[in-house]
Design a protein around this ligand. Structure first.
Ligand code: DI6
Ligand code: FE
Length: 399
């Protein structure tokens, strides 16, 4: 079934904003067939069942290219602990932090994990997203990592959203492997990667390269296993210190290196040369009250594409709004509203290795967001509002 969206103010994101007033988009369930000024509408599409956007701004549906929405429990108590003076690293070393979520995730049934993840997915979708990347990384046993990935994939069966799954067993060192991170990589991270791949449960492989997590040498071994399976890699790099994770990621032609607050110029240059996307995560910067900013100006100058994502997770970024993420990127990091929207559309698609979404153009997926807005800068400008009017997912309007 094909439909025609009329009377739209398009931001196609094909050429900067690619603004087109009084525009129309013809689409079927799979893809956009045509987009342009209504006056140029080809005759063949004129008789399609139509829906008027009534002049509203229409963009590609948003893409959350970095999230951890599957997890057990919550960390409100840790939030309070930090407000009483503990640092993120203090909390982690005291066996709290990620490990308290690991405990809750291991104890949770698939049904419980699914119910809480669906609630978070619904919030991200209600903010205009049609694609969400979801990472494992709170199971940290072969069975529990697979459990998380199965739950993540189920979200895409139960909701109008595309789910991309990323294996992140190298997220934290579980208590049973304390001071034995190398053994954890060999006995859990790599075997769970192979098992998840064999079950067809993953699209990419990620790791947390940090003093409180895994060293570059350990990440290198995991990435080598990923490469042997033909899987693309991504990396949590330079969030809290500069371990040269971005350089390592670029060496493996990573889809993205994410966080990057502590990245130096060598990382910027390596990413530019490799075509690796920088995924900027202001929700974590905000929550952890970091002061070291990611090198936005250097990334911009080097032409590294910058994506933006929620990093939705119970510890460092309990946020489910992509438009609030865009606002934070502009206000905290001085990204422009154009960069912010490219960050949640075209560049986010690239961070996931997807070329069939992120712009409004023939052949792209028929996933659009219709906003109660006139100009794209409004999406970044408003704080805490959800300016979505409706979404079109696979050529179908849902409100
Ligand atoms: N960096 C982060 O900010 C999150 N994971 C990561 O690798 C934190 C995850 C958590 O605290 O639960
Ligand atoms: Fe993350």
């Amino acid at each position: 079934m094909a439909i025609l969206l009329t009377d739209a103010t398009l931001a196609t994101m094909t050429d900067v904003y690619g603004l087109i007033a009084d525009a129309a988009v013809a689409m079927d369930d799979d893809q956009i067939l045509w987009a342009g000024p209504m006056a140029d509408l080809p005759e063949v599409y004129a008789s399609l069942p139509s829906h008027s956007a009534q002049g509203r701004l229409v963009t590609p549906a948003l893409i959350d290219c970095h999230s951890h929405i599957v997890f057990g429990g919550d960390r409100a108590a840790e939030f309070e602990m930090r407000l009483n003076g503990a640092s993120y690293e203090d909390v982690a070393r005291a066996g709290g932090g990620i490990l308290s979520t690991v405990k809750a995730t291991r104890a949770a049934s698939e049904a419980d994990l699914l119910a809480s993840a669906l609630a978070r997915a619904d919030q991200i979708i209600a903010g205009g997203a049609a694609t969400i990347e979801v990472k494992s990384g709170y199971g940290l046993t072969v069975a529990d990592e697979l459990k998380m990935l199965r739950v993540a994939r189920r979200i895409g069966k139960l909701r109008p959203v595309h789910i991309r799954t990323t294996h992140l067993a190298a997220h934290a060192i579980p208590p049973e492997y304390k001071d034995r991170a190398d053994a954890y990589i060999d006995e859990v991270a790599i075997p769970s990667l192979r098992a998840a791949h064999a079950e067809g449960l993953i699209d990419a492989v990620d790791a947390f390269c940090e003093g409180i997590a895994f060293s570059p040498a350990q990440v290198d071994r995991l990435f080598t296993a990923a490469r042997d399976l033909g899987l693309p890699v991504k990396l949590h790099a330079e969030q809290l210190s500069d371990l040269k994770g971005a350089v390592l990621a670029a060496r493996f032609r990573a889809l993205s290196a994410d966080h990057l607050e502590y990245m130096a110029q060598d990382g910027v240059e390596a990413m530019a040369a490799a075509g690796t996307v920088a995924v900027i995560l202001p929700g974590a910067f905000y929550t952890l009250r970091e002061t070291r900013m990611p090198p936005i100006a250097a990334l911009r100058a080097a032409g590294v594409p910058m994506a933006l994502a929620t990093d939705c997770n119970p510890g460092s970024s309990p946020i489910t709004s992509l438009t609030l993420t865009m606002n934070m990127a502009c206000t905290l990091f001085r990204m422009t509203p154009l960069e912010a929207l490219a960050g949640t559309t075209t560049h986010a698609a690239r961070a996931l290795g997807l070329s069939d979404r992120g712009t409004i153009a023939p052949g792209q997926r028929a996933d659009l967001a219709i906003w109660d807005a006139q100009h794209p800068a409004e999406l970044s400008y408003r704080i805490g509002a959800t300016p979505l009017h409706a979404r079109i997912f696979g050529g179908h309007l849902d409100t």
